[in-house]
Design a protein around this ligand. Structure first.
Ligand SMILES: [Fe+2]
Length: 137
């Protein structure tokens, strides 16, 4: 699959959120360089990292939306919850049968979600966050 690099068009107007999003992209890239794509132990660690990192990031993003009085926070949170459920179901499949999940599957889920979620839902809170910050930075 073709890897997407973070660039300014993915900016959501907040330095911390941008930094988190970049780490997701870096994680996908790092994952793509694994010498052995079927290394179960490495895949397990990656899934666990993604679940933890996603929980941390999504929580921080929800706090930011609340601070900025973003009106569609509930709808946005629901998309986060659906994503977390998707990650957990990947973990469940992996735990049941490690051969059922490949590094490419995880990379694809992550990248599809990031690109669509940032460009769609995240961009919608951008003006509220920028307004709260008092400047476009
Ligand atoms: Fe989000």
């Amino acid at each position: 699959m073709e890897l997407v690099e973070w660039n300014d068009s993915f900016s959501v107007g907040n330095v911390l959120m941008d930094a988190h999003h970049r780490i997701f992209f870096e994680t996908i890239k790092e994952f793509s360089k694994f010498p052995d794509k079927n290394d179960h132990e490495a895949i397990r660690k990656r899934i666990e990292f993604l679940i933890e990192y996603a929980a941390m990031h999504l929580g921080a993003e929800e706090r930011l939306m609340r601070q900025a009085n973003y009106p569609d926070i509930d709808e946005h949170k629901a998309t986060h919850e659906a994503f977390v459920r998707e990650l957990l179901s990947v973990k469940e499949s992996f735990d049941k049968d490690p051969n059922s999940v490949t590094a490419d599957t995880i990379m694809k889920i992550m990248q599809d979600w990031l690109v669509h979620h940032i460009a769609g839902s995240d961009k919608r809170y951008m003006p509220y966050v920028q307004n709260m910050q008092g400047s476009a930075h």
